[in-house]
Design a protein around this ligand. Structure first.
Ligand SMILES: C[S@@+](CC[C@H](N)C(=O)[O-])C[C@H]1O[C@@H](n2cnc3c(N)ncnc32)[C@H](O)[C@@H]1O
Length: 265
C-alpha cells in the first residue's frame, strides 16, 4: 500500500462491510483504483480487477506483481533521502511514461517519501523526537512482500472508466467506484488522466444501466444526492487526513467531511 491523495485507508472497513454478502463469489472490479486500498484490505474474491488511467500506478503495481525480486532489490538499496526524493521529482518533469522498473522505483520514491503521498516538493522528514516513525521508506520495504502476494491473481487494467465498465459488466460483477470528487476533479488530471464535471453525469447514466452491482463513494454534495436519489445511500462523518494542518499552520483542527456510500442493492 502506498500513501495517496483520496486513498480510502481509514474508510476501508466501513466500505467493505457494506459489500453484498456473497461478494467473494462475484467478480470484483475497482474502477478508479488509485493506491488500491479497498482491494488490499478486502478478502480475495474469485476474480479481481484493479484499474486506473494513471500509467505510473499501473506500472508500479504491475512491476511489484511480475518483477518482484528485481524491484524489491532496488527498493532495498534505495534510501529515505531528500536527494533521492528530489531526483525522483526531477525524473518526472517533462517525461514520457515508460513501463519499466526504473519508472516504478522513481514513482514509489516520489509517493512514499512525500507528505501524505502528495509527491511534489514535500519530502516527508520527521522533526519531533517523540515520533514513532523512523522514515517512510523502510516500512514500505516491509510491506512490499504483502503487496506482491496480494497482487498475484489481480488483473491490472489501464482503461477509461466507461470502457472498463462496458467490458466487465455481468450480473455477477461488483464494481467499487471511488471517482475524483465534485470540485476536485482536477486533482488527478494530467496528460493522460482526465475526469471532468460532465463525467459525474456520464458515470451516473452508465451505472443506471448496469447489470451488476455497484458501490460508489462520494463526498456529500447536493448534486450527487440528486443524481443518485433512487438508490440506497449511507453516510459517515470522517476527518480529512492531513489538510495542511501542521505545527506552523493557522488551522489547528482537521476539518470534517461527510462521506456517502451509494449502492444499487
Ligand atoms: C479518489 S482516487 C481513488 C483512490 C483509491 N480508492 C484509493 O483508496 O487509493 C481516483 C482515481 O481515479 C483515477 N482516474 C481519474 N480519472 C479516471 C478515468 N477517467 N478513468 C479511470 N481512472 C481515472 C485517478 O488516476 C485516481 O487514481
Amino acid at each position: 500500500m502506498i500513501p495517496y491523495i483520496g486513498g480510502k485507508c481509514q474508510l476501508a472497513p466501513w466500505i467493505i462491510s457494506n459489500f453484498p454478502e456473497n461478494h467473494l463469489q462475484m467478480s470484483y472490479i475497482e474502477v478508479f483504483g488509485g493506491a488500491g486500498w479497498i482491494l488490499y484490505k478486502k478478502e480475495v474474491a474469485r476474480l479481481e480487477i484493479y484499474n486506473d488511467l494513471n500509467s505510473n500506478l499501473v506500472n508500479l503495481f504491475t512491476t511489484i506483481r511480475d518483477n518482484y525480486p528485481a524491484f524489491s532489490h532496488q527498493v532495498e538499496w534505495s534510501l529515505h533521502s531528500r536527494e533521492m526524493f528530489s531526483q525522483s521529482i526531477e525524473f518526472f518533469k517533462n517525461h514520457q511514461v515508460k513501463f519499466d522498473i526504473i519508472e516504478a522505483l522513481n514513482y514509489a520514491i516520489m509517493r512514499v517519501q512525500s507528505f501524505s503521498g502528495k509527491g511534489k516538493n514535500s519530502w516527508a522528514y520527521i522533526k519531533s523526537p517523540t515520533s514513532k516513525n523512523s522514515g517512510t521508506w523502510a516500512p514500505f520495504l516491509k510491506r512490499l512482500g504483502l503487496i506482491n502476494a496480494r497482487l498475484k491473481l489481480v488483473q491490472i487494467e489501464h482503461l477509461n472508466y466507461a470502457k472498463l465498465i462496458e467490458k466487465y459488466d455481468t450480473p455477477n460483477s461488483l464494481f467499487y467506484l471511488d471517482p475524483p470528487y465534485v470540485k476536485a476533479e482536477h486533482y488527478y488530471n494530467n496528460s493522460e488522466v482526465f475526469f471532468t464535471h460532465e463525467d459525474h453525469f456520464n458515470l451516473s447514466r452508465i451505472l443506471y444501466d448496469l447489470q451488476g452491482k455497484f458501490c460508489l463513494s462520494y463526498y456529500d454534495e447536493p448534486m450527487i444526492r440528486e443524481l443518485y436519489k433512487d438508490y440506497r445511500i449511507l453516510t459517515k462523518t470522517t476527518t480529512k487526513s492531513s489538510c495542511g494542518v501542521t505545527k506552523l499552520s493557522k488551522r489547528k483542527v482537521k476539518p470534517k467531511a461527510r462521506e456517502l456510500l451509494i449502492m444499487n442493492y
